[in-house]
Write a protein that binds this ligand. Sequence first.
Ligand SMILES: [Fe+2]
Length: 293
Amino acid sequence: MSTPVSAEQQAREQDLVERVLRSFDATADPRLKQVMQALTRHLHAFLREVRLTEAEWETGIGFLTDAGHVTNERRQEFILLSDVLGASMQTIAMNNEAHGDATEATVFGPFFVEGSPRIESGGDIAGGAAGEPCWVEGTVTDTDGNPVPDARIEVWEADDDGFYDVQYDDDRTAARAHLLSGPDGGYAFWAITPTPYPIPHDGPVGRMLAATGRSPMRASHLHFMVTAPGRRTLVTHIFVEGDELLDRDSVFGVKDSLVKSFERQPAGAPTPGGREIDGPWSRVRFDIVLAPA
Ligand SMILES: [Fe+2]
């Protein structure tokens, strides 16, 4: 495609790479030195492979600048960028090695918020969020099958319109909460049946997806973060079996083991705890297995 690069030109380019690499030689922290030198090698290899033009360099700088400008306490464009490039999933895969039948991890995403409300077992995380009710139940155990009581289970999800509470301008808290597993490791709560939603695509990441013919849609999911002393923190989602977006999730987050059967219940079907529901609802079971820390 591009003009062959002369030996003299290649030597000049390589000389620059070597000089940048050497500039990190005196880094006191060996890990930082390794990371910066590898970054230098890969960054220059990328620049040289695509023969980046100066105009493209400016576009790239503009893209990152826009990502910074759109990022604030409620919007994290850099996590989104990492997500759509698969960098988040790759990092998660490397840092959550398979351990027995421990539940697999997936992307954290940009919508977790500290300080969610506490609910009791059987409570409702919806907090007024629109959506079809969904009963979620399961257990938290270790990889030997022992119950893990008092595990902190954080859950969060988008509403039926595809938005997380933090995407609204009114400071609402909805469709997010935390609860603790019981003495037998059991847990249960009401949520809303997950529906597909687009990642925020009105910013630079959205423009990149549009320019490359990619969809911003995420497969329907419910987020979990489960923490317990002595256990590896689990950040994951469950996905809805049968969702047509499972094989083209925009952030590459789907794993087969996390696809669960959400069983539709007709209007009038008896509900756990006797909750009165006008229309249909759904129920799902998710047994969580935590790896050792
Ligand atoms: Fe999400």
